[in-house]
Design a protein. Structure first.
Ligand SMILES: Nc1ncnc2c1ncn2[C@@H]1O[C@H](COP(=O)(O)OP(=O)(O)O)[C@@H](O)[C@H]1O
Ligand SMILES: [Mg+2]
Length: 131
């Protein structure tokens, strides 16, 4: 299974979700492969820190991959090795986003809202109540 966590907007919780899901799946006894397809490499920073703290799960492997032509190929290769694959893509609309979505079985879209989103939504809805 290939699970891609995507939202073309940054800061919505993609990396947080990918860390929780991949870590939990590995702790539960699954072989898990995590692809960090974001040039900001927040996932790889978490990998380094977890390894330094010696809390990295044995069944979890992670790699950075920023080449759109390689992202889905790497995901498929690891899938065929029997792993659950998670892909953390960049919060931008670019080729790495499309590469992450291309062969995904499941796409999770975290939607962390900000106060601005809520205000924008209220402004849009208000005329309906008036009419
Ligand atoms: N469910 C949540 N509730 C509150 N804060 C969250 C939640 N998920 C993520 N965050 C925080 O939001 C910020 C952005 O999260 P991150 O996972 O890095 O987003 P992304 O990968 O989409 O850019 C981080 O500071 C993170 O701790
Ligand atoms: Mg991120």
């Amino acid at each position: 299974m290939i699970v891609t966590i995507a939202n073309p907007k940054g800061g919505t919780g993609k990396t947080t979700l990918v860390r929780a899901l991949s870590g939990t799946a590995a702790h539960a006894g699954n072989n898990v492969f995590l692809i960090d397809a974001d040039s900001r490499a927040n996932t790889m920073r978490w990998v380094t820190m977890s390894k330094q703290m010696e809390i990295w799960p044995e069944l979890l492997e992670a790699e950075s991959c920023l080449d759109p032509n390689q992202i889905y190929k790497l995901a498929l290769r690891k899938l065929h090795e029997g792993k659950i694959v998670f892909v953390d893509v960049e919060g931008t609309t670019n080729e790495t986003l499309f590469a992450g979505l291309y062969r995904a079985d499941i796409v999770l879209i975290p939607l962390q809202t900000t106060q601005d989103d809520v205000v924008a939504d209220a402004a849009r809805v208000e005329p309906c109540f008036g009419g």
